[in-house]
Design a protein. Structure first.
Length: 157
C-alpha cells in the first residue's frame, strides 16, 4: 500500500513545531469507497441502458406520433439524462486515480462507439440491413464503458 504524508488538521507538533503527518493518506483510506462508487455508477448506467432498449422495443407496438410512443421516447430521454447527471456527479466525487480510470474507460467507450457506428454505416451502404441506431448508441457506449473500466482498473492495481 502506497502511503503519503498529510497534515492532520494543519496542526504543528508541540515538540518540534513542524507539521504533524499521518502515515496513511486519505486516498488509501477512501479507495474501497471509491471502487464501490464506480460500480454503482456502472450499475445505474446499465439499468438505464436496459430501460432504453425495453422502451425502444415497446414503442414499436404503437403507431407513429401516438401519445404512448411519444411517452416512450420521453422516458428514453429521461433515462439518458439520468446516466449523464449521475455519472458526472459521482465521478466528480472520486479521487484522482479513479477519475483517471473513468476517463480512460469513457475514452474507450467514445472511440469504440464511433468506430462501430460509422463502420456499420459503411456496411449499410454495402447492402447490410439498416438498424435503428437511436436505441443502440447509449447501450453500446455503456457496455464499452464497462469493458474500459475493467481494463483501466486492472492497469492501475
Amino acid at each position: 500500500m502506497m502511503t503519503r504524508k498529510l497534515y492532520i488538521g494543519g496542526e504543528a507538533s508541540p515538540f518540534t513545531g513542524e507539521p504533524v503527518y499521518d502515515a496513511r493518506s486519505r486516498f488509501d483510506l477512501e479507495a474501497p469507497r471509491a471502487r464501490n462508487e464506480g460500480h454503482r455508477i456502472i450499475l445505474i448506467a446499465l439499468a438505464c441502458a436496459a430501460i432504453i432498449i425495453v422502451l425502444a422495443l415497446l414503442s414499436k407496438q404503437f403507431p407513429t406520433r401516438s401519445p404512448a410512443r411519444i411517452a416512450c421516447a420521453l422516458l428514453q430521454g429521461i433515462a439518458s439524462a439520468i446516466v449523464v447527471v449521475v455519472t458526472l456527479r459521482d465521478i466528480h466525487r472520486l479521487d484522482e486515480l479513479q477519475q483517471r480510470v473513468h476517463l480512460e474507460a469513457l475514452a474507450l467507450a467514445f472511440a469504440g462507439t464511433a468506430i462501430l457506428s460509422t463502420g456499420y454505416g459503411f456496411l449499410i451502404k454495402a447492402g447490410l440491413p439498416n438498424i435503428e441506431w437511436a436505441a443502440l448508441v447509449w447501450p453500446v457506449m455503456v457496455g464499452l464503458w464497462a469493458v474500459g473500466l475493467v481494463i483501466a482498473s486492472r492497469r492501475y492495481r
